[in-house]
Design a protein. Structure first.
Length: 202
C-alpha cells in the first residue's frame, strides 16, 4: 500500500512537471556534451542533460528537471524583467565542425527597456557562458545587478536512492567530506584542508 502511494505521488509529480513545461515556452539547445532547455518566460535553464553519460535504461543523466533550475536575471532600481522573451528558433544544434554556438533571446519590459540574454556553448565543454545586455531608451537612469541562482525543489518522495545536495570535497588527506547548508549557515563548515590534489563540488 505504501509503495503504491509513493508511486502515485511520483506519477503526480511527473504530470505536474510536464504540465508546467507545456505552459512555459521553451527552446532546446543540443551540443555534443549536453541538452539544455531554456525558458522564454524568464531566461532560466529549466532542463539540463549530459549527452555523453547514460543513466541506465532511462537515457541521459539529468542535472535539472524536477523543478530544479538555474536562474539568470537582473534586479535593481528601474529594472523589470520582461514577461516574455523571443528567440529566432525553438531548436538549436551545434553545427558540425563548429567550435561554439551562441543562443540569444530578447525581451522588452516596461518603460522602453530591452533586455537580451545570450548563452554560449562550446564543443567538448560543459561550460555555458551567460551574458545579459540592457538597452535603455527610456531616458531614466537604471541601477542593475545580475542575479544567478541554482535551485532544486523535489516535489515527491523518491522511489530510488536519495540525492545529496550541497558542497562536498575530496583529497587524499581528508578523503570524501560533505558540508551541509545548515552547518555552513551556522559557521560550522568543514575544517580548512591543505592539499595538492582532489576536487570540490556543489
Amino acid at each position: 500500500m505504501i509503495r503504491l502511494l509513493r508511486l502515485a505521488c511520483s506519477v503526480l509529480a511527473l504530470l505536474a512537471y510536464a504540465y508546467a513545461h507545456a505552459e512555459a515556452k521553451l527552446i532546446t539547445v543540443v551540443t555534443d556534451t549536453q541538452v539544455v532547455d531554456i525558458s522564454l518566460t524568464d531566461g532560466a535553464i529549466l532542463g539540463l542533460e549530459l549527452a555523453q553519460h547514460a543513466a541506465g535504461k532511462n537515457g541521459r543523466v539529468a542535472l535539472f528537471g524536477n523543478e530544479g533550475k538555474a536562474t539568470i536575471g537582473l534586479t535593481g532600481t528601474g529594472v523589470e524583467e520582461p514577461g516574455r522573451y523571443v528567440s529566432a528558433r525553438d531548436y538549436y544544434d551545434l553545427p558540425s565542425g563548429a567550435d561554439s554556438l551562441e543562443v540569444r533571446i530578447v525581451g522588452t519590459g516596461t518603460g522602453d527597456v530591452q533586455i537580451a540574454k545570450s548563452y554560449t556553448f562550446h564543443r567538448g565543454s560543459y561550460l555555458i557562458e551567460v551574458a545579459q545586455e540592457i538597452t535603455n531608451t527610456s531616458g531614466r537612469v537604471l541601477h542593475a545587478k545580475a542575479v544567478f541562482e541554482l535551485s532544486d525543489t523535489p516535489t515527491a518522495p523518491s522511489l530510488g536512492a536519495t540525492v545529496y545536495s550541497g558542497p562536498a570535497y575530496y583529497s587524499t588527506a581528508s578523503q570524501y567530506r560533505k558540508m551541509g547548508f545548515e552547518e555552513i549557515a551556522k559557521g560550522k563548515g568543514a575544517e580548512p584542508v591543505k592539499a595538492d590534489n582532489g576536487w570540490v563540488a556543489m
